[in-house]
Design a protein around this ligand. Structure first.
Ligand code: SIN
Length: 510
């Protein structure tokens, strides 16, 4: 923590939004009218995981559906670990959130008569997934939000800027020190500082989504003294496209909606992974169960998605992203099976927030995947994450817009935290990723977790005092410790070594 700030140029805004996925932009739109600054590490509209989302927005808008039924499915998927009040709030807000998006001009998929075309995804008891452009939902949604942001004069966007450290005063967080595109440092003081930085799955060796979801927001919050919770609950998607890594290291996703439309999972010998009616949803069963089956199959010969039959014929039209991926990989989906493997996809845990998106530190808020609101419990229901970012982000923005307390003193006394949210060196990232995948991948046990903790200790010794690397290593340690302490298998946290009773040693208190 340093006090040296006089030589760093400073500015003041009402609301500082760090991150520009659907959650961050929804906060900014909700708060428009106040002076809002959005800081995003690369390019507006292309940063973060939202624009890659192929699934859509879950909303009870079908004739035979209701928010209560949507809430029931969310609670069941969350394996008894959801906050029912937050779930009720989210599912009730879903239809209005979809209407808001339609009003912003987002081209939602509809039938010719104008009714929304609602898709089915795993563990939903009704078809209720609203898409845009088939499997291009995230990209089209982001385009609509970016366009809406462009019309707001009170919202400024700093693209290519990265928030590296919190500014701290006696009253809590009062903004962030940021690294501008040219490498220079600035202080942005704000009445409210909102973290919308995405999750931490990019810390894993195998992951889908954005490389920017590397836990930087969690480290920023921890540096400010904010609490984290449910870190052990990491969701693994069963069908990342195996062998098709992108230059960023992320694996492209083959959306669950493909299975909703009839695709089947097979082993290398062609046998099906699941019977059509195995009593637990078969190929469309809970994501953790399907991910473990794919994990098992991919370690013994390979797992594959079968798109043959009627589906391949309409792939280009209904699933353009999947069709393009097959083309790029030289696979003819009408004749060949597509190799898949699980990958870290979403983090249910994160920065602890209350229903007002407030963290445990005044002035600091968190929305979207970086936040742990309790809506997802131990296992997120598909397509509830874009919904959460949009609905809770907009709600927070609107409440900040109406707040009378957004007036940080400029020139008051403050300290600057360590630059913990800065970029991670590639070699550290790679070693951390391999360690996390081995220790806290889809299947965990005490031996692997203890070995992982020892490996992290060694890595910490090697990186010395590099703040960003140390902060990510400490974050990984807390995650592993949480997984070690949770000796039952629940939701996405699967312990192969215990059935819930046996105690295991804990090396450090979290
Ligand atoms: C998918 O399209 O399979 C992912 C949807 C989600 O994670 O919500």
């Amino acid at each position: 923590m340093s006090r040296d700030s006089r030589d760093v140029p400073a500015e003041r805004v009402d609301v500082l939004v760090i991150g520009s996925g659907v959650a961050g932009l929804s906060v900014a739109l909700g708060a428009a009218g106040r002076r809002v600054c959005v800081v995003t590490p690369q390019q507006l509209g292309f940063d973060g995981s939202s624009m890659l989302a192929q699934g859509g927005i879950a909303a009870a808008m079908g004739e035979d559906d209701s928010p209560g039924r949507h809430a029931g499915d969310t609670l069941a998927a969350g394996a008894g670990r959801c906050d029912p009040t937050q779930v009720a709030r989210l599912t009730a807000a879903a239809p209005a959130t979809v209407e808001w998006l339609a009003g912003l001009g987002c081209p939602l998929d509809r039938f010719e008569d104008g009714r929304l075309s609602l898709g089915l995804e795993a563990a939903h008891s009704r078809a209720r997934i609203v898409h845009a452009g088939g499997d291009r939902s995230g990209a089209l949604l982001m385009a609509a939000l970016v366009q809406a942001i462009g019309k707001q004069e009170s919202v400024s966007v700093r693209a290519g800027w990265r928030a590296v450290a919190p500014l701290l005063s006696a009253s809590g967080v009062t903004g962030a020190r940021v690294r501008a595109r040219d490498g220079s440092l600035r202080d942005i003081h704000a009445g409210a500082t909102v973290l919308a930085t995405g999750g931490l799955t990019a810390l894993f060796e195998c992951y889908t989504g954005s490389p920017q979801a590397d836990g930087g927001g969690h480290c920023f919050a921890s540096e400010a003294g904010a609490a984290l919770s449910d870190l052990e609950f990491v969701q693994f998607h069963p069908t990342a496209f195996a062998g098709a890594g992108s230059p960023s290291g992320a694996m492209p996703l083959l959306t669950e909606a493909l299975r909703g439309a009839g695709a089947r999972l097979r082993r290398r010998d062609g046998s099906l992974l699941f019977g059509l009616d195995d009593g637990e949803g078969g190929d469309l069963g809970p994501r953790d169960r399907v991910a473990r089956a794919v994990h098992e199959a991919s370690r013994s010969g390979g797992a594959f998605l079968d798109l043959r039959g009627g589906l391949a014929g309409r792939l280009a039209q209904s699933f353009p992203t999947a069709a393009a991926l097959c083309r790029q990989q030289g696979i003819d989906p009408a004749r060949e099976l597509v190799p898949v493997s699980p990958a870290a996809h979403y983090h249910m845990g994160g920065i602890t927030v209350d229903a007002a998106a407030s963290t445990s530190v005044p002035g600091l808020y968190a929305v979207g995947e970086v936040a742990c609101t309790g809506v997802h419990g131990a296992n997120r229901l598909a397509s509830n994450s874009l919904l959460e970012g949009l609905a809770f982000g907009r709600d927070l923005g609107q409440r900040l817009a109406a707040s009378e307390r957004l007036s940080p003193a400029v020139g008051g006394r403050f300290k600057v935290g360590a630059p913990v949210a800065d970029m991670l060196a590639p070699d550290v990232h790679q070693r951390l990723g391999a360690c996390l995948w081995r220790a806290v991948g889809p299947v965990r046990d005490a031996g692997g977790l203890l070995a992982g903790l020892a490996e992290l200790e060694q890595l910490a010794f090697q990186v010395g005092d590099a703040p960003a690397a140390m902060a990510r290593i400490r974050l990984a340690e807390v995650l592993l410790q949480a997984a070690l302490r949770r000796t039952d298998s629940v939701g996405a946290h699967w312990r192969s070594d215990v059935n819930g009773a046996e105690a295991v040693p804990v090396l450090h208190a979290a």
